[in-house]
Design a protein around this ligand. Structure first.
Ligand code: PEP
Length: 249
């Protein structure tokens, strides 16, 4: 059985005051029946880890460097994320791929570093609108998976997030059939590469404009094991609605 996961990506949002949202979330879900993860900016990570200590909620990073240490000004290693209290890191988010020109091989190297440090890696894949309209979605997703997911992946350390770029922060969501088609494809690819046991145990998240109002129907789609949520994870009231929908799935 794959444990459901509601993951929040705060992106470059939040200073000290935002910790009150995390505290509200811990009050709403003192022992959630699904996994609940918040990935705040790195500056809040340690305090966020303290805020959720002893609850069922965990915290993660939004990126890490592939190396364990060294002359990489401004970067953060996976070991540092672990030291700050993280158990997971988001890698290859489309905003990182676009803003920092991250290629599949960069994501793969980072994922290796993260897994070696004991972190779970949420590896993001997703097509642009042009690629979808050109009917290239599955080819793009397949290429991103082959290039970004390292060989050492297991059902424990790998989570794949399908995030169509055109659905992120736009309010646009693919149809349920479109989500199901991609998630079934990702599952089949994982089974082919890693074998049925591992392939079936990796959790697959959908991400892109998930809200309390559409969460339940998305969670009903085959091979959707939860969500990676941006905007609606910033307020405990919104994210709670998504966690509740997942708990009822
Ligand atoms: C994201 O950036 O991972 C995301 C899914 O954002 P939003 O929920 O705001 O579309």
């Amino acid at each position: 059985m794959r444990r459901k996961l509601a993951a929040g990506n705060w992106k470059m949002n939040g200073t000290t005051a935002a910790l009150s949202e995390l505290e509200a979330l811990t009050r709403a879900f003192p022992s959630p029946t699904v996994d609940v993860l918040i990935c705040p900016p790195a500056t809040l990570l340690h305090r966020a880890a303290e805020a959720v200590r002893g609850t069922g909620i965990t915290v993660g990073g939004q990126d890490c460097h592939a190396a364990t240490s060294g002359a990489h000004t401004g970067d953060i290693s996976a070991d540092m994320l672990v030291d700050a209290g993280a158990n997971t890191v988001i890698l290859g988010h489309s905003e990182r791929r676009e803003d920092h020109d991250e290629q599949n091989e960069d994501v793969r190297a980072k994922a290796r570093g993260a897994m070696d440090a004991g972190l779970k890696a949420i590896i993001c894949v997703g097509e642009s609108l042009e690629q979808r309209e050109a009917a290239n979605t599955l080819e793009i997703i397949g290429g991103q998976m082959s290039g970004s997911i390292p060989d050492q992946s297991t059902g424990e350390n790998l989570i794949v997030a399908y995030e169509p770029i055109w659905a992120i922060g736009t309010g646009k969501v693919p149809t349920l059939n479109e989500i199901g088609e991609v998630h079934d494809f990702i599952r089949a690819r994982l089974e082919r590469r890693f074998g049925e046991g591992v392939g079936r145990s990796v959790r697959l998240l959908y991400g892109g404009s998930v809200k309390p109002s559409n969460a339940a129907e998305i969670f009903g789609v085959s091979n959707v094991d939860g969500a990676l949520v941006g905007g609606a994870s910033l307020k405990a009231a919104d994210f709670s609605g998504i966690v509740e929908a997942l708990e009822k799935t």
